[in-house]
Design a protein around this ligand. Structure first.
Ligand SMILES: C[S@@+](CC[C@H](N)C(=O)[O-])C[C@H]1O[C@@H](n2cnc3c(N)ncnc32)[C@H](O)[C@@H]1O
Length: 394
């Protein structure tokens, strides 16, 4: 039976339950959600599949060892005892990061230095040579977590964070991270058979993540991972896993995704991003569209579907849009008139959004957009409930 190892997958706060499901689908066992991450066990194949396929993880770490400690010298001795040479060689560059939660250590920088000393002293002792530190482009990344009693060493499987799929050419204004955008789609219950509209698309993150998911494109197919540098890396197994993922791609997926933004420059950039994401075929035949349009006058492309968006918060407002609050009132009027039967999900840091829109939310999910505490509001645009439409009145 394949050897089982312990891992920790980091994810945006609030998306833990989604990543639990993803990890199980990759063959993980002993899956246990924590705050902002999930512990799990699995084989090397399971970890590779998780890195390749998870739309929600930010990073996946492999647990090497844990030891209790009293001070930085204990941590140095622990680094000296850890069998790093089983995972990488002295010719590879390293980067070490340390995180603490209720640790009694007085200086984390000093503890980090002592971990580096411990690793280098061990290599010098056994091999008369040691790895160099490269913080910008390391071959191997080590994470140390210290709590009140224990220090745990992890190896990073990813390198660049997993939300970096490799398709983004231009960021636009305040882009969502790709894994948060995928999380919004999952939380909203979007499936490819439901028409999707993002009237504040910016760089196109929500639409692009949706289209790629609909086409079965594994998010990590066009990027590299640090586990490819490990001494025991099984290249044949990895190629097999990637071949499997490639065989799932279906560019004929039947989807209808309409994204728009008030800025034509931003729309052009979103389209560039979509082409770089391998979605040219969907753009050509209109299954995925990007257009310049004010969210206050966007039309529904079908009788029902989902609107999923993150409208500008306060200072992000386009100068053409007056204040965000009054704009959102007009957006709400448009949704009521033109999107009956649709469900709208909006991510915002503004808790007053329902009041600004004169709508009551049917659900509210707390989430974080980076450090910004947000709410993901659901509004049901009930058919026939809106009276006095301006079209009828005029
Ligand atoms: C927070 S950003 C959206 C970011 C996007 N989710 C992404 O990942 O790149 C808000 C966007 O709303 C656009 N915007 C502002 N007012 C608008 C309006 N009245 N109609 C349509 N788009 C508008 C801005 O140009 C900006 O691109």
């Amino acid at each position: 039976m394949a050897k089982k190892t312990s891992f920790y997958a980091i994810c945006p706060l609030g998306l833990e339950s989604l990543i639990v499901e993803e990890l199980r689908a990759c063959g993980a066992s002993e899956v246990k959600a924590a705050r902002g991450g999930v512990f799990f066990s699995g084989s090397q194949a399971c970890a590779m599949r998780a890195c390749l396929n998870s739309r929600i993880a930010s990073r996946i770490l492999m647990r090497l060892a844990a030891s209790d400690y009293y001070d930085a010298e204990d941590i140095y001795n622990f680094a000296c005892r850890t069998r790093w040479e089983e995972h990488f060689g002295p010719g590879q560059s390293i980067r070490i990061d340390i995180n603490a939660h209720r640790s009694p250590l007085r200086s984390l920088d000093f503890a980090l230095l002592r971990i580096k000393d411990g690793i280098c002293d061990r290599f010098n002792h056994f091999m008369q040579t040691r790895p160099n530190v490269d913080r910008a482009h390391p071959d191997i990344r080590i994470f140390a977590f210290v709590d009140a009693r224990y220090c745990t060493f992890y190896l990073d499987l990813c390198g660049e964070a997993l939300f970096k799929r490799g398709w983004r050419r231009d960021k636009g204004e305040a882009p969502l991270k790709e894994n948060l955008a995928s999380g919004l789609l999952m939380l909203a219950g979007w499936t490819p058979d439901k028409p999707l509209v993002d009237p504040f698309c910016g760089s196109g993150t929500i639409a692009i993540e949706a289209a790629r998911a609909a086409c079965g494109m594994a998010p990590g197919l066009s990027r590299a991972f640090l586990f490819e540098n490990f001494s025991d890396f099984d290249r044949d197994l990895w190629l097999e896993i990637k071949d499997d993922a490639r065989s799932c791609v279906n560019l004929h997926a039947d989807v209808r995704i309409a994204a728009s933004d008030i800025s034509s420059i931003v729309v052009g950039k979103a389209e560039e991003n979509a082409r770089a994401a391998g979605l040219g075929a969907l753009l050509e035949d209109g299954r995925l569209t990007f257009s310049q349009c004010d969210a206050r006058s966007v039309a529904a492309p079908a009788a029902e579907g989902l609107v999923i968006a993150n409208p500008p918060y306060g200072e992000q407002s386009n100068p053409k849009s007056a204040s965000v609050a009054s704009m959102m009132k007009n957006v709400s009027d448009n949704l009521k008139h033109n999107f009956p039967g649709w469900t709208a999900w909006l991510l915002t840091s503004d808790r007053n959004l329902p009041r600004q829109m004169r709508l009551s939310e049917s659900r509210k999910i707390p989430l974080f957009n980076g450090p910004l505490e947000c709410r993901f509001f659901r509004f049901d645009m009930v058919r026939g409930s809106f009276r006095g439409s301006p079209q009828k009145a005029s």
